[in-house]
Design a protein around this ligand. Structure first.
Ligand SMILES: CC(C)(COP(=O)(O)OP(=O)(O)OC[C@H]1O[C@@H](n2cnc3c(N)ncnc32)[C@H](O)[C@@H]1OP(=O)(O)O)[C@@H](O)C(=O)NCCC(=O)NCCS
Length: 173
């Protein structure tokens, strides 16, 4: 039985990462988003994690540094996503490993918070809460209840703020 390894992406992983997102989401939009971000100033290879099982890439999560603005102040946090696991390997904790590794990486890099847009019930188990409950909004036309945040540093989001997702995310939504 192989174990799951989570590590930063390498240039050899790019095609496999596309395949993961296309098979998991059932379309090309998220793979295209990752490709576009990879070519943008927002991209940092250290913040792009793959899950490997027996030498095969079976999951991927991208973290992207974004600004949160409040009353003229600006701080940066990490967007978690897209995240996906190939359908044949779901329900065995790979998604959880990717999220836990993301939280650990955010801590190591000194970020105060992470934001995730998607299935709130999934993210809640990792300590994410609804962004609106902390007064946090974003520039995407997504349902309010789909935006969740996790403070890595207690009180980091006190007072709330507005998150500016980079342009490629805006184009996707
Ligand atoms: C969501 C996803 C990353 C989870 O990966 P995974 O490796 O199966 O995750 P884990 O094994 O750690 O956890 C599985 C649990 O997550 C929960 N879960 C999965 N998808 C969920 C969803 N859409 N909403 C709420 N909970 C969900 C289930 O409770 C599941 O529990 P079970 O295995 O007892 O059924 C994977 O299903 C996937 O790639 N989905 C398609 C892409 C996607 O929706 N990405 C997230 C966008 S926000």
């Amino acid at each position: 039985m192989h174990s799951i390894t989570v590590r930063p992406e390498s240039s050899d992983d790019i095609r496999a990462i596309d395949v993961v997102h296309i098979s998991a989401f059932g379309g090309e939009a998220e793979a295209q988003l990752v490709s576009t971000l990879r070519e943008s100033a927002s991209y940092n290879r250290e913040l792009s994690l793959v899950a490997e099982l027996g030498g095969r890439i079976v999951g991927h999560v991208l973290l992207t540094r974004v600004p949160l603005r409040r009353n003229g102040d600006e701080k940066h946090l990490l967007v978690l996503g897209p995240i996906s696991v190939v359908p044949s390997q779901t329900h065995r904790g790979i998604g959880s490993k990717l999220i836990q590794a993301s939280i650990q990486l955010a801590k190591e890099k000194g970020y105060g918070s992470i934001v995730a847009l998607g299935h709130p019930e999934y993210y809640k188990r990792f300590g994410f809460v609804l962004a609106k409950d902390l007064g946090v909004s974003c520039n995407l036309p997504a349902p309010e209840d789909a935006l969740t945040v996790k403070e890595i540093v207690d009180g980091n989001l006190a007072g709330g703020g507005h998150i500016e997702y980079p342009e490629p995310f805006v184009e996707l939504y």
